[in-house]
Design a protein around this ligand. Structure first.
Ligand code: NOJ
Ligand code: MG
Length: 590
């Protein structure tokens, strides 16, 4: 008995050895990766209005997107997230919904959208839509009825009576300021009351203390998930609730003044938003909404994901992951790289901001990384054009989910939009034809640059809704696709690389090798990579053996466009010179 068990054991060991040898031979190909579709997916944020115009009206649309799905496939994108496409008054370009159940006509019809879903499905690209639940448009039926004190809708928004001052002039209920500047309260004569708008005055805030509103929003979520979208992205989630006025004798209290110099009472940052943001009730609401996603996930056996965006402190931001059985969002946006890194940041800032998210997020939940969106200056402009590849290496090779704003894969730059053509309500609200440029988001929303033809290949129209950015004749997809080295080629190399276990499952460690050079290591079993980038302003020589178990020679897997190194070059771990903005993906030789 003993001998036969022994020989069985012996055979088992031989089997294990042969098996592991075969694994070493096949490297990463044999690893069985058990991950849900979204956990290491690449998401691509499409600004529907600016991506591709199919009908020549100068405005991007759904059919335009459908014709370009093959581009997304080619890039290696797993899911497209579409900026708002629901019916909207378009003062804030879709962020002011008039009807949550229909599609904005200039973007197409429901049939067009169903066709997009079908085509995307055939290519195995998931579609995520953006749903804006904090506020509707002031032209929505819900709001119009509410302002007329319709019995059912009366309490759907935040209505307050103002007061008369000493001179008998009507004044808003308190000092609250909107994110888009000026009072957050707007008077409506027909109701003789003010409504609250935390963003533009055309965006009245819904009342989340009214259970009927909550039910309706849950219905909206169900409607789109049942239509077949893979998830919903919810912006401004931390504005859902305002303080409970019953705790303050039925009156919303003033917010404290920050006292920062140079600010006036019209500026959003003039106040500390202790009563209008990040209220404790939000997290329970997120968990309730998550249950709706999970209901459909269980029914269809396909995970439908909830992505949320909250511009807030790190501790609040990671609360959106949820706690224990109280689940939160699948993907609570990490805005750190967008909000806190810029051309002044050095390698230590990079390490600090990246590691901060990994430190604060719950251990088992996936991280997510983005470097641009439709609200913030483009990477080429916010940093430098030559740093585009380095930043794409970051988001695509750090652990977890990558999110790319359209155009960052080719390093698009901010367009110039003159005051006379300015559309962004945030910029228009400055009433300042000179300084509007500092806040305007139009420059990051200019049409996508496909080729060197008319309107950059975006539209056949005489005028596009925003002007195409200067320089599109050379900076476009077609030219980068035909070039041997381009941001586009680097991006594709990276989406290919990230399929490897070291990037999907591997561990992470980072170092700022000096103030200019940031590096991180990703490894899984014997497969080890170093991603190294000089984000400083002078050439540097670094020693990568500062990382544990990194030595000898490393092979170049990817390099930034201006690097002197190319694929399969070898570099010495203990002495690597890096030019300004040079970034490399290196693999340890075994
Ligand atoms: C967040 C969106 O990202 C931004 O574009 C919009 O203006 C505000 N929410 C208001 O809806
Ligand atoms: Mg169109």
């Amino acid at each position: 008995m003993f001998t036969s068990a022994g020989s069985f054991e012996g055979m088992w060991y031989i089997f294990v050895i042969i098996f592991s040898l075969s694994r070493v031979g096949a490297r990463y190909e044999n690893v069985n990766i058990k991950q849900d579709w979204w956990e290491t997916a690449v998401f691509y944020q499409l600004n529907t209005r600016s991506f591709m115009d199919s009908d020549g009206d100068g405005i991007g649309d759904i059919n335009g997107i459908t014709t370009r799905l093959d581009y997304l496939k080619e890039l290696g994108v797993d899911a497209a997230w579409l900026s708002p496409i629901f019916k909207s008054a378009m003062h804030d370009f879709g962020y002011d919904t008039t009807d949550y159940y229909t599609i904005q006509p200039e973007y197409g019809s429901m049939e067009d959208f169903e066709h997009l879903l079908k085509k995307a499905n055939e290519l195995n690209i998931k579609i995520v839509l953006e749903l804006v639940p904090n506020h509707t448009s002031n032209e929505s039926e819900w709001f119009l009825k509410s302002s007329n004190r319709d019995e059912y809708y009366s309490d759907w928004f935040i209505w307050e009576s103002g007061h008369l001052d000493n001179m008998g002039i009507r004044k808003p209920p308190n000092n609250w300021v909107s994110v888009f500047r000026k009072s957050a309260w707007k008077y409506m004569a027909n109701r003789d009351q003010y409504y609250l708008h935390q963003f533009g005055e055309s965006q009245p805030d819904l009342n989340y203390r009214n259970p009927v509103v909550v039910d309706e929003i849950k219905n909206v979520i169900k409607f789109w998930l049942e239509k077949g979208v893979a998830g919903l992205k919810i912006p401004s989630i931390n504005y859902l609730f305002e303080v409970d006025k019953d705790l303050y004798g039925g009156r919303y209290p003033d917010e404290p003044i920050t006292g920062r110099p140079g600010l006036g009472p019209d500026d959003y940052v003039y106040l500390e938003h202790v009563y209008t943001k990040d209220q404790e009730e939000t997290y329970d609401m997120v968990s309730q909404l998550r249950d709706v996603f999970d209901g459909i996930t269980i029914r269809d056996n396909l995970t439908r994901i909830m992505m949320t965006e909250a511009d807030t402190t790190i501790k609040n931001a990671v609360k959106y992951y949820g706690e224990g059985a109280h689940l939160g969002a699948h993907v609570p946006f990490n805005l750190g790289l967008i909000g806190e890194l810029n051309k002044e940041s050095d390698a230590r800032d990079f390490k600090y901001i990246i590691d901060r998210w990994l430190t604060y997020k719950p251990l088992k939940k996936p991280a997510n990384w983005m470097i641009g969106n439709h609200d913030k200056s483009r990477v080429s402009s916010r940093f430098r054009p030559d740093l585009v590849d380095a930043l794409n290496m970051l988001i695509l090779l750090l652990p977890g989910i990558a999110i790319t704003y359209m155009g960052e894969e080719i390093g698009m730059v901010n367009g110039f939009v003159p005051w006379s053509e300015t559309k962004d309500p945030l910029a228009c609200n400055t009433d300042d034809p000179v300084n509007y440029i500092e806040v305007s988001r139009d420059p990051v929303r200019t049409p996508f640059q496909w080729n060197s033809g008319k309107n950059g290949g975006f539209s056949t129209a005489e005028r596009t809704w925003l002007p195409v950015a200067d320089g599109y004749e050379s900076l476009n997809v077609a030219s980068q696709r035909s070039a041997v080295r381009s941001h586009y080629q680097v991006y594709r190399t990276l989406t290919n690389l990230r399929i490897r276990p070291a990037f999907r499952l591997g561990r992470y460690e980072s170092l700022s090798l000096n103030n200019d050079v940031f590096a991180f290591k990703r490894w899984y079993n014997d497969d080890t990579y170093i991603i190294v980038m000089n984000v400083g302003k002078r050439d540097r020589i670094v020693n990568l053996t500062a990382f544990d178990l990194v030595f000898g020679q490393l092979e170049v897997e990817a390099s930034s466009v201006l690097s002197s190194r190319t694929y399969s070059d070898n570099v010495q771990a203990n002495r690597l010179d890096l030019a300004v903005d040079e970034a490399l993906v290196l693999r340890m030789q075994v």
